[in-house]
Design a protein around this ligand. Structure first.
Ligand code: PCP
Length: 391
């Protein structure tokens, strides 16, 4: 249990101690009544937040560690798989008393990570080839920053800001300069020169230009101070001063180009989401996106029993029986069928690919760990192949 910060540690989570008490009571009753029934359960979302009509599955690596060594079988979609509502993303088979208490931790790992990965993927679609960076760890509890930023990265962000998160995913942390540097160094010019003087060459010189003066004059000050060493200017204009922000960014672009600083890129941060990104794309080269990704709405995944002792059985509102989820390799249509039902070919003539595959067999890991980079590529490939859109 926690020492100083109100966070559960890995031992609590792994031991099933982090659970809603009614699961503990249920298991106690079943064990004392000798009920050791074999069940099959499925994890799926019946609807998505906002206007989302697809989501990205994340959190599978942690779930693998959670159930490693437990006498159960798990099948799941690969981490990073784009899925639709009603599609089972995971099935768990075993004696209910052996895993019932883990529902809280299991869903917590999948619901939040998948929400963050999906929001990042939506920003990825909106930004096209432009850079998007996860700058939102400061809006959430630091204990989960690595999970947040790993999910943002596999969802499609090009980089993350927090040192430990970058270490976890095997990337270099990304950042520019904070307003505090400008405030500490008496003037923007002195701050830019000090940054340029101290920072190793591989650190891109991105000058923050909205601390004291109008952005266009701030951008020119930065360009004239660092000349060819300036990679980009960052606009993090406070909301009270944003007005027609697209117009301000356009003006910065115009004034830089007019004076030959055509190579200086424009980086924007503060209050961004996929819709703001779409709006600012005409003049922006990269985005720092914080709150909207790190505090993304969760994907409301639930775990439901669909079979007891081999008999299809589920509560009202849930389709009983174990299912398979297929995706057509030609037209990317999906279909959900009862597990025993044979599927021919898709009406488009394409063959079907199964999306659920073994993850854990009798407690043994049945799937190799993929790098965050490989999962991210898999996500971006699907965003293109499935021609996913934002609404
Ligand atoms: C914040 C910081 C983050 C931005 C905003 C995330 O700027 O730079 O990148 O914003 P969001 O959560 O609204 O998306 P400040 O804290 O204003 O400034 P500084 O860069 O000086 O830390």
């Amino acid at each position: 249990m926690y020492e100083v910060f109100f966070v559960a540690d890995e031992k609590d989570i792994k031991s099933g101690n982090l659970t809603d008490v009614y699961f503990k009571r249920c298991i106690e009753v079943l064990k004392k009544k000798g009920v050791k029934k074999h069940v099959r359960c499925e994890v799926r979302a019946s609807r998505f937040p906002e206007a989302w009509n697809w989501a990205v599955l994340a959190g599978i690596e942690e779930v693998k560690e959670l159930f490693k060594g437990k006498d159960i079988d798990i099948e799941s979609m690969k981490e990073g798989t784009v899925f639709k509502s009603e599609e089972p993303v995971m099935t768990i088979s075993g004696k209910y008393v052996d895993f019932g208490e883990y529902e809280t931790a299991l869903l917590g790992m999948l619901c939040q990570a998948s929400g963050i990965a999906t929001k990042a993927a939506r920003c990825r679609i909106a930004a096209g080839e432009r850079g998007i960076y996860s700058f939102g760890a400061r809006r959430m509890h630091p204990a989960i920053a690595p999970m947040i930023e790993r999910s943002a990265f596999i969802g499609g962000c090009d980089g993350v800001a927090v040192t430990i998160s970058a270490e976890l995913i095997g990337e270099k942390p990304v950042g520019t300069m904070p307003h505090s540097l400008i405030l500490m160094m008496d003037s923007p010019e002195k701050a830019y020169e000090a940054f340029d003087d101290i920072m190793p060459k591989e650190i891109k010189r991105v000058a923050l230009v909205d601390t004291f003066e109008d952005e266009k004059f701030g951008a020119l000050t930065a360009a004239e101070t660092l000349k060819g060493r300036l990679f980009a200017v960052r606009l993090d204009t406070p909301a009270s001063r944003r007005g027609d922000f697209l117009k301000i960014i356009e003006e910065v672009r115009w004034e830089l180009d007019l004076r030959g600083f055509n190579d200086v890129k424009i980086f924007v941060s503060g209050g961004l989401d996929e819709y703001r990104v779409l709006e600012y794309n005409p003049y922006v080269d990269a985005y720092g996106i914080g709150t909207s990704i790190s505090s993304a709405p969760v994907i409301d995944l639930s775990l439901d029993i669909v079979e007891v002792e081999g008999e299809s059985l589920s509560k009202r509102g849930k389709m009983s029986g174990v299912k398979k989820v297929y995706r057509c390799e030609k037209c990317s249509n999906d279909c959900i069928v009862p597990t025993k039902k044979e599927v021919g070919r898709c009406e488009c003539g394409g063959g079907w690919k199964q999306l659920l595959a073994p993850l854990i067999k009798k407690g043994d890991i049945a799937r190799k760990t993929e790098s965050p980079q490989a999962i991210r590529e898999y996500v971006i490939r699907q965003l293109m192949e499935l021609e996913l859109c934002l609404d």
